[in-house]
Design a protein around this ligand. Structure first.
Ligand code: ADP
Ligand code: ZN
Length: 210
């Protein structure tokens, strides 16, 4: 099975990609995670990537396409994979076809913008151990202090309110047209994001027929 998951930032596509990955035993490939690893390395390429992410912009298509080509050449991708975060623009979708990527389905995660703003703006992360929290849905015992290591909780730069709005705009203008692109090919299925992760997973498995 080869799958693409589309969805706004904070739509929960990464979480669902992991659930599908566990169920089917195929890797979930997250471009966001690969990029954050590059940023953590602190190389010139990583520093350049950080500027794009923190401003809410997408990285250049050619950078992402090269990254995906390299990742899909790894042996663990031979039985299928889930692409979480790629393609995110029409040129990327066209490049994917040129690379010979043939997916079985494209899953779009549908979540209202208002819910996304609430989710992302409340997200926090431990500065030291990176454990994720949420001020409403997963609060630490003591405000702004990590339960695990007593580290300070911070808001990621890309989760600051103006950047969230920018990322949503980028999603609607650059990524959402991909729904029509794949709809025309008869590949698109959609699932709504529910409050409970397990409810969302049920719907996702059902629309994928897995
Ligand atoms: P989110 O879906 O919450 O934005 P991701 O982890 O998927 O988080 O991506 C984080 C950032 O990485 C994006 O905001 C963007 O800057 C960059 N990025 C990820 N995937 C792509 C892509 N396919 N094309 C361009 N930029 C990307
Ligand atoms: Zn911590």
């Amino acid at each position: 099975m080869k799958l693409i998951i589309l969805g706004a930032p904070g739509s929960g596509k990464g979480t669902q990609a992991e659930k599908i990955s566990q169920k089917l035993g195929i890797p979930a490939i997250s471009t966001g995670a690969i990029i954050r690893e590059t940023v953590a390395e602190g190389t010139p390429a990583g520093k350049a990537a950080q500027k794009y992410i923190e401003s809410g912009n997408l990285l250049p298509d050619d950078v992402i396409i090269a990254m995906i080509e390299e990742r899909l050449a790894q042996p663990d991708c031979s039985n299928g994979y889930i692409l979480d975060g790629f393609p995110r623009t029409l040129p990327q979708a066209e490049a994917a076809e040129k690379m010979g990527i043939e997916v079985d389905k494209v899953l779009s995660m549908e979540v209202a913008d208002s819910a996304i703003v609430e989710r992302l703006s409340g997200r926090r992360e431990c500065e030291a151990c990176h454990t994720p929290y949420h001020v409403l849905f997963n609060a630490p015992a003591k405000e702004n202090v990590c339960d695990k290591c007593a580290g300070r909780l911070i808001c990621r730069k890309d989760d600051e309110p103006e950047t969230i709005q920018k990322r949503l705009n980028v999603y609607h203008t650059q990524t959402e047209p991909l729904k029509e692109f794949y709809e025309k090919k008869g590949l698109l299925v959609t699932a709504r994001g529910h409050e409970e992760i397990s409810d969302t997973t049920k719907e996702v498995f059902s629309v994928l027929g897995i």
